[in-house]
Design a protein. Structure first.
Length: 85
């Protein structure tokens, strides 16, 4: 995903949803760093949000590469939000 996709998606998300996504990203990072595993609830939220914005780009929760790609995308969106504030 290019920088433009990140900016477009980041600007479309409501403040409430943004807070939920940032929380999921944070929980996910903590889980990966402490347990070496994704946080399942956080990952589910990030995948659901991915499918809302990119219904034509299929990503599967059971696919390791898909989990990395979706997590990386939302990390990039979060970095964009951090730079904006």
């Amino acid at each position: 995903m290019g920088r433009m996709s990140i900016q477009i998606v980041a600007s479309k998300i409501s403040k409430k949803r943004k807070s939920e996504i940032v929380n999921a990203i944070t929980k996910n990072k903590i889980s990966i760093n402490s347990n070496g595993k994704y946080d399942s609830n956080s990952l589910s939220l990030l995948f659901k949000e991915w499918h809302n914005h990119f219904p034509h780009i299929k990503q599967q929760l059971g696919c390791v590469g898909c989990r990395k790609a979706v997590s990386k995308f939302w990390d990039s969106v979060n970095k964009f939000w951090e730079l904006e504030s």
